[in-house]
Ligand binder design. Structure first.
Ligand code: SF4
Length: 442
């Protein structure tokens, strides 16, 4: 029996690529093992979007290379965005690695490993044109009751701080038929929650013709599958249509949750980021969403310390967060990315100042998140049960419709029994900064 150990880094989109490679290798007779010491094949699927992600990837690779030191028959394979971004530079940097595979060639991983020669090699196609499809092999790494559906690849937005378009290529949308086929096969395996992901979900279909768009895809998924929960992550602010909001208002199977990276609020900063909107657009968008979906949970991401961000710009960001009272906010201190347009911009912000601004947003938002969660106390909420809590086996853990997997808090269930994947009614009794507590309504 051939064995493999996988380390999958980065975002949910990269996780889907890892699942594709797991599917191929499983077809080739490989079995996944938890302990790298027991693996013939050591596989690291990297993220290359930020320097911090690249450093993390190199640490993981060097850690696995240790096992190869102890047993030279092991093979160390590195794939993903870091390979796509840095290509043959890596061969010199990381001689321990037997094979580097770029994004477009991951689908051929089994053939490439079977054809592996003794010397380190690199297989890389640029620009990236690959697009996953229903008949691509896939072995879920998430519990069977929840899964990601990657609906596009690449991005055409060209934000000045972002390297993804140069790594993942231009926008490519999968067809509705192809996505439906995948969703139906996932549904047949007993799916409770399907999370739609992309670099920009709202761009879905832009490259397939005017009549194909996100609301159309959702309508097909609603009509042709019985998946209880459909969740939307990564929407571009000004591309959220009334059509989409009306569909969400009419269709409770699309959970009232929207993840919309704003990145900033100041018109001047957004312009330097090449984001196609300003503060007033964000204001009317938040109001419009709350008009159609009063109960909708809003998640966003903010970048602090972008070149040229003045104290006044930053105060404006704090004022807006105070005003909008968003449910979940991820904050990141800006870092120059080699090769990005923003790296060439003037008026850099010092590391100390970036940290101060990061802390101030975190503190403000912690108070807001807690207040938002308190509104659920006393309510009975639908909760998707994940299983026995990671904290203690006295509790079950789950998520409401307002909490996304792997990024938001959870619900600790201290009364009642249920199985992983069940959607149960939970009476919420307590709220903390990020988590809730409650008991199952029998
Ligand atoms: S929308 Fe902007 S930040 Fe997001 S992937 Fe595309 S270019 Fe990058």
């Amino acid at each position: 029996m051939k064995t493999l150990h996988l380390v999958s880094l980065g975002c949910a989109k990269n996780l889907v690529d890892s699942e594709m490679m797991l599917g191929s290798l499983e077809q080739g007779g490989y079995t996944v093992v938890e302990n790298p010491a027991d693996a013939d094949l050591l596989l690291v699927n990297t993220c290359g979007f930020l320097q911090s992600a690249v450093e993390e990837a190199v640490d993981e690779i060097l850690a696995l290379a240790e096992y190869k030191q102890q047993d030279h028959s092991k093979k160390l394979i590195v794939t993903g965005c870091m390979v796509q971004r840095y290509g043959n530079e890596l061969q010199a940097e990381l001689p321990e690695v037997d094979l580097f595979i770029g994004i477009d060639d991951e689908i051929r991983i089994l053939e490439l490993i079977n054809g592996l020669k003794n010397d380190s090699s690199l297989v890389l196609t640029r620009p990236s044109r690959f697009l996953l499809s229903y008949d691509s092999p896939r072995r879920l790494s998430t519990p069977r009751f929840r899964s990601y559906l990657k609906i596009t690849e690449g991005c055409d937005n060209c934000c000045t701080y972002c390297m993804i378009p140069s790594i993942r290529g231009d926008l490519r949308s999968r067809t509705v038929e192809d996505l439906l086929a995948e969703a139906q096969s996932l549904a047949n395996a007993g799916l409770s929650e399907l999370t739609l992901i992309a670099q920009d979900l709202t761009a879905y279909g832009d490259d397939l013709g005017s009549h194909i768009n996100l609301p159309g895809l959702l309508l097909s998924l609603l009509q042709k599958t019985d998946i209880p929960w459909l969740r939307l992550l990564y929407l571009y602010p000004v591309s959220i249509s009334k059509e989409l909001l009306q569909l969400m208002a009419d269709q409770p199977r699309i959970v009232p949750y929207l993840d919309i990276p704003f990145q900033h609020v100041s018109d001047a900063v957004l312009k330097r980021m090449n984001r196609r909107y300003g503060r007033d657009d964000l204001d009317s968008m938040v109001n419009q969403i709350r008009h159609y979906l009063p109960d909708c949970a809003l998640r966003t991401t903010m970048l602090v310390g972008f070149p040229g961000e003045t104290e006044q710009d930053f105060e404006e960001l704090l004022t807006c967060l105070e005003h909008w009272q968003l449910d979940h906010v991820g904050v990141f201190p800006y870092e120059d990315e080699e090769g990005s347009i923003a790296a060439g911009l003037s008026r850099k912000i010092s590391a100390e100042e970036k940290q101060i601004r990061y802390q101030r947003v975190m503190e403000l938002q912690a108070g807001i998140s807690r207040k938002k969660l308190e509104q659920y106390v006393g309510r009975v909420e639908s909760v998707l049960v994940e299983g026995v809590s990671r904290e203690t086996d006295l509790l079950l853990e789950g998520r409401t419709r307002f909490q996304a997997p792997d990024i938001d808090g959870c619900v600790y269930i201290n009364e009642g029994t249920a199985n992983p994947g069940d959607i149960v009614q939970v009476h919420i009794t307590e709220a903390h900064i990020y988590d809730l507590v409650g008991s199952i309504q029998e």
